[in-house]
Write a protein that binds this ligand. Structure first.
Ligand code: SF4
Ligand code: SF4
Length: 316
């Protein structure tokens, strides 16, 4: 490598410890076609396919030796995968699980099974539900006609089954309006019986469908090595996570479409450092922790188990 090689100064992030293991469990297949989806998921996008229970099981077993602490499931829409309920049930034998869903296809019998699996587990099952506005007028232009009401019905179902879903909204409004919009979200969620909703705002990622909806990254929107010098890289998902797709193990959930993101076929093969040279890396740098759950008292223990403990029905 010559001294003039521009790659010499590339900022690199090392995997410190594999704390979080993600699964692209529905590939890029989704029942919706949101205009801001950073991996352009849709009913027709099969660039990545479903993960089977057998495949997930293989990585769960490998994850023990890596000391993984939490598991995340995303897509596409995870609940299009016909094995999603058994996959979550199995995962709860290994650790806390979070599933990212648009909540529009949830069925009562699935939630009955999952509530029972969580109650029997030492670990929590979290649902992260994406809605991008507090009303049909603010949500549906981005996520599709009728999606607000369908997602709200799904959220209500989750609350009725005793879950405490985290609502994520992608910020498609000026930062200065955050307070007012969060207030409107809270009011909407309280109207369906969710009294203390957990809300997380996400920045847009200017890739995939969002690049067509608005614009891509400018060349200047990149991380440099200097920028990382005094930065807490622990905020970057690639510092403590990897994601399994049907093609192997990739660096993070954001970049699966990028040619350089596939790192290996096993967790052990995918531990090498990664050059954070992409525009999306710049958004991670600016906002930090965009893929993690907001902090919550129920972060590691099952909410039902906590409720039992509080009610004195169980001791530890
Ligand atoms: S943003 Fe989520 S719900 Fe919308 S198309 Fe993408 S994966 Fe599906
Ligand atoms: S997009 Fe974010 S998580 Fe992915 S490699 Fe870049 S900095 Fe890391």
């Amino acid at each position: 490598m010559s001294l003039s090689d521009p790659n010499l100064d590339e900022p690199v992030v090392h995997l410190t410890h594999l704390d979080h293991l993600w699964f692209q469990v529905a590939g890029t297949l989704c029942n919706l076609t949101c205009h801001h989806c950073f991996i352009s998921c849709s009913p027709k996008n099969d660039s990545f396919g479903f993960l089977s229970l057998a495949t997930v099981d293989r990585y769960l077993q490998e994850s023990i030796s890596q000391g993984v602490k939490e598991y995340y499931f995303t897509g596409g829409e995870p609940f299009l995968n016909p094995e999603m309920v058994p996959i979550l049930t199995r995962t709860l034998q290994y650790g806390p699980a979070t599933v990212l869903t648009n909540a529009t296809v949830l069925k009562d019998d699935w939630l009955t099974t999952l509530a029972a699996a969580e109650a029997a587990s030492l670990y929590s099952l979290e649902f992260r539900v994406s809605i991008d506005g507090y009303s049909p007028e603010t949500n549906d232009p981005i996520r599709g006609i009728g999606t607000f009401q369908r997602a709200l019905d799904g959220l209500q179902k989750l609350v009725q089954f005793g879950f405490l879903p985290i609502i994520t909204a992608t910020r498609t409004w000026p930062d200065s309006e955050d307070g007012q919009i969060l207030q409107r979200f809270s009011e909407t969620l309280q109207s369906i019986g969710y009294q203390r909703p957990r809300l997380k705002l996400l920045p847009t990622l200017q890739i995939g469908a969002e690049e067509n909806r608005t614009h891509g990254y400018r060349d200047s929107e990149r991380i440099s090595s200097d920028m990382l010098a005094d930065y807490d890289v622990g905020q970057l998902v690639c510092e403590h996570s990897r994601i399994v797709t049907d093609q192997g193990v990739h660096v993070c959930p954001i970049l699966i479409d990028s040619d350089d993101s596939l790192l290996g076929q096993s967790l052990d093969e995918a531990t090498q450092p990664f050059a954070v040279r992409h525009g999306a890396c710049y958004t991670c740098y600016q906002y930090g922790a965009i893929c993690t759950n907001p902090s919550s008292p129920a972060a590691s223990a099952s909410p039902r188990r906590q409720a039992s403990l509080l009610a004195g029905r169980e001791s530890e």
